[in-house]
Design a protein around this ligand. Structure first.
Ligand SMILES: [Zn+2]
Length: 276
């Protein structure tokens, strides 16, 4: 599932490739994925519009178009936004194709169809429901260790569940949450309120570190994730715990354990991430 680093990498590649290009044609292959909202027709409203900028908020990718129109895309589990040429065969599960003024295509594909693209007035974005619910951006200046300290204060829920909660912290998913907790030496099932100040400072730094490393490594590719041009990332090669259940801890050699928190599997080192 794309998390903050993967969406950021797609954003960066689309910004370079697609900014300034005009939409010459829109092929809607799956109408339920092309959500026109208050506008009558998805295709009609987008014809002739120019891609002005690509932004990211949490795991959402936002394209600003000319004439005050924006597209909000959530990649959910398996969504992809890929810039390619028309000679490349259209893969199965392609739902929307934007034909661009340089002859290239921007395709939205999603095997599981949970994702989608919404048309929103750019002026309305600050009030757009899915975005207003999002918590702080973990790579922004606003996210300090004091901020994390306030988030965990008096919270009974497990620290892993807390940092996965998009209304508190936007963009972290299972991979980067497990990696950050390992780096900070914090057990995923610790009750959030029990974190001591040094651990909060460690975890704050670890969250930023794993996300920045994920971006520097062009994202984590286990199955579906590819960047805006269809390239796989490299971050899966340097993970410490995620996907490594039963293997040895890179720090201490202990066999990595797993447990379920809120339906999600957490992999951790029972020695480095002491439950106390
Ligand atoms: Zn260990």
């Amino acid at each position: 599932m794309p998390e903050l680093p993967e969406v950021e990498i797609v954003r960066q590649s689309l910004e370079v490739r697609v900014t300034g290009l005009k939409i010459e044609e829109v092929k809607v292959l799956t109408p339920s994925v092309a959500r026109s909202g208050e506008f009558s027709d998805f295709r009609e409203i987008l014809l002739g519009k120019i891609f002005r900028a690509f932004k990211r908020r949490g795991k959402y990718l936002i394209a600003h178009l000319s004439e005050g129109i924006s597209l909000v895309a959530h990649l959910r589990m398996t969504g992809r936004w890929v810039y390619t040429t028309p000679e490349i065969p259209v893969p199965k599960h392609t739902h929307i194709i934007f034909v661009l003024s340089n002859g290239a295509e921007l395709r939205f594909t999603d095997i599981r169809r949970f994702g989608g693209i919404d048309i929103v007035l750019t002026d309305f974005l600050p009030q757009y429901k899915s975005l207003t619910k999002l918590g702080v951006e973990p790579l922004s200046e606003e996210f300090t260790s004091e901020y994390l300290g306030a988030l965990v204060k008096n919270k009974k829920l497990k620290i892993k569940a807390l940092i996965l909660d998009q209304t508190r912290l936007a963009g972290l998913g299972n991979i980067y949450a497990d990696e950050a907790l390992f780096l900070a030496g914090v057990n995923p099932q610790r009750e959030a309120s029990t974190l001591r100040e040094p651990e909060i400072i460690q975890l704050h730094g670890a969250i930023r570190e794993v996300l920045e490393k994920g971006i520097a490594n062009k994202g984590t590719s286990f199955s579906d994730y590819v960047d805006g041009e269809g390239n796989r990332g490299q971050n899966q090669l340097s993970l410490n715990v995620y996907g490594r259940y039963g293997e040895h801890c890179n720090n201490c050699g202990t066999t990595l354990a797993k447990l379920k928190i809120g339906g999600r599997t957490s992999v951790y080192c029972p020695l480095c991430q002491n439950p106390e």
